[in-house]
Design a protein around this ligand. Structure first.
Ligand code: ADP
Ligand code: MG
Length: 268
């Protein structure tokens, strides 16, 4: 994002106080262990509405565990997660419709959520009926819209997911996640399994889907270039400790924590 010229900043001041930033995701003192292995230590984190928050850290640092806790797939041993100020029920099945609709997750592998033998029409139709509340008669048109929105206009509802390429399947998984118009989307290494040529397409698609809708992204990747491209703010996880958070520019240009420096040096 280019720096604003000085006069633009003055105009901003004239326009009055900045819009109050709503907190979309708040992790409050979240700790978790698997058996005797402590994986997350007292993680406190606020993510603003409409923000793309990048979470980085080496393999095993606890990124996916935190992602699963935010989406309710994992109950933390201690602490809690609030979405828009509401403490989320730790188990997905205990949540009401709005709570299930509001937060969605995209995994590294689309096959975590897509049944290869299922037709695309059914894969997308289900959340459209159950989360978005569409009637059966409305679903067909909306499936076409959804496919077009993830640039899969050439795919028909009759096709089975296994007939799609890896990049197409990931886009179908993204379409499924967006079917209920979520407020928060957790993306756990969404492009890490894709060919480099397909990665940029999917990243730009995610940016387009977010625009104007105020969707909040928790974007996880071990690929720092990808995080730099996507994130407004970044958090660095080191052995389960959130050692640093800051704007994307601050993290990449003036990291405060020695571990962040190490991570940046290792990736350059
Ligand atoms: P990351 O996504 O940063 O690679 P993870 O959150 O997947 O890290 O894993 C953090 C640590 O927790 C790792 O040591 C991993 O082996 C362990 N772990 C993750 N999930 C489980 C599980 N279900 N059972 C036991 N250990 C787990
Ligand atoms: Mg992971």
């Amino acid at each position: 994002r280019p720096d604003l010229p000085p006069h633009a900043a003055v105009q901003d001041e004239d326009a009055g106080a900045p819009k109050e930033r709503r907190i979309a995701i708040a992790c409050k003192d979240v700790s978790h262990a698997f058996g005797s292995q402590s994986v997350l230590h007292h993680v406190d984190l606020d993510i603003g509405q409409g923000e793309t928050f990048g979470l980085i850290g080496e393999s095993g640092s606890g990124k996916s565990t935190l992602a699963r806790i935010v989406t309710g797939l994992q109950t933390p041993d201690a602490g809690s997660v609030e979405l828009f100020g509401r403490t989320v029920a730790p188990r997905v099945e205990k949540r009401n419709l709005a709570e299930r609709r509001d937060v969605q997750m995209v995994f590294q592998s689309p096959d975590r959520t897509l049944n290869p033998r299922q037709r695309i029409g059914k894969i997308l139709g289900r959340p459209l009926r159950r989360l978005a509340g569409l009637r059966r008669s409305e679903v067909r048109a909306r499936v076409s819209d959804l496919l077009a929105s993830v640039r899969l206009a050439g795919i028909t509802a009759e096709q089975k997911s296994r007939s799609l390429s890896g990049g197409q399947r990931q886009r179908a998984a993204i379409a499924r996640a967006f079917a209920g118009v979520p407020k928060v989307v957790v993306l756990d290494e969404p492009t890490s399994a894709l060919d480099v040529s397909v990665q940029a397409t999917v990243l730009n698609l995610l940016n387009d889907l977010q625009r104007d809708k105020d969707t909040t992204y928790l974007f996880i990747s071990h690929d720092l270039r990808v995080v730099r491209y996507m994130a407004d703010r970044i958090g660095v996880l080191y052995r389960g400790h959130l050692v640093e958070t800051g704007s994307s520019d601050q993290i990449f240009q003036g990291p405060n924590h020695p571990y962040t420096e190490l991570l940046l040096a290792a990736s350059s």
